[in-house]
Design a protein around this ligand. Structure first.
Ligand code: APR
Length: 251
């Protein structure tokens, strides 16, 4: 894997200098744990489906049980994976830097399982059960093949994720915008930064004077406005950054 030690050093120095850091993570920080992404080809029963056609409110309203079963399968896959070195390194960075706000587009809860306390979940969390009508988290018996019913209003229950065409939960949106505006370093990891509104957070941070760093093995992810480009996998680059920060503090 291509990795430029100078870029890693530049990122380490920028993290040391920054007083407030905002981090945006995307699907491929979890791909290093073996979590299938929306872009991966579907397998088995789902081979003929496009996730974009299952992850919509219209698909759920048309056939709640089919959508529920697909998400049930994703929940089962997640039960078998563990956070990776990239998740752990970000949790360690948050402890070390004090003012680091993490916004994730991932719904898998792996940052929290790696010990990251305060995570802004931009696209929700797949493990929550939410009443599709009332949009609140409910207690539902989810160990079944059909979408359960809300114990209060009897509407169907769905996973607590943001589907295509739906709004970002207002509290997560407000926290993410505040984090982007306040930071002096914005770090994007494992995201193509193509899906809005998350993709706009780096621009917002830049407009408020932040430097923008990107960790991604694909150079296509580095836009004209990327100040620090680390061309490497998250699970390789982030632990190295933490090691360097730790070493610098021991000196
Ligand atoms: N470490 C870091 N980055 C990686 C790695 C890795 N090991 N492997 C691949 N990448 C990069 C890819 O080069 C790509 O630029 O991560 C990026 C992943 O981009 P997307 O697949 O577009 O994922 P994401 O940005 O999270 O997508 C946003 O779209 O699929 C929907 O709702 C879903 O939240 C998701 C949203």
């Amino acid at each position: 894997m291509i990795d430029d030690p100078t870029a890693t050093d530049t990122l380490t120095a920028a993290l040391r200098q920054a007083s407030t850091v905002a981090v945006l993570t995307g699907a491929d920080i979890s791909a290093d744990s073996g979590v299938p992404t929306f872009r991966d080809p579907q397998e088995g029963l789902w081979a003929g489906f496009r996730p974009e056609d299952l992850a919509t409110p219209e698909a759920f309203e048309r056939d709640p049980d089919r959508v529920w079963q697909w998400y049930r399968g994703r929940r089962q896959q997640l039960a078998e994976v563990e956070p990776n070195a990239g998740h752990y390194a970000l949790a360690r960075l948050a402890e070390r830097l004090g003012d680091l706000r993490l916004v994730t587009q991932n719904v898998d809860g792996l940052h929290q399982r790696a010990g990251h306390g305060d995570v802004i979940e931009f696209h929700g969390n797949i493990h929550d059960n939410v009443c599709h009508r009332e949009r609140r988290v409910v207690d539902a018996d989810d160990d079944c093949d059909t979408a359960p019913h809300c114990p209060r209003c009897q509407a169907r229950v769905r996973p607590g994720v943001v589907w295509f065409g739906e709004e970002i939960p207002p509290r997560a949106l407000a926290s993410a915008l505040a984090a982007a505006e306040a930071c002096d370093l914005f770090l994007a990891v494992g995201t193509s930064a193509e899906v809005y509104p998350a993709a706009g957070l780096a621009d917002l941070a830049r407009e408020h004077g932040a430097r923008v760093a990107v960790v991604n093995p694909d150079a296509a992810a580095f836009g004209a406005h990327t100040d620090i480009a680390v061309q490497a996998r998250a699970a390789e680059a982030l632990p190295r950054v933490v090691e360097r920060l730790d070493a610098a503090c021991r000196r």
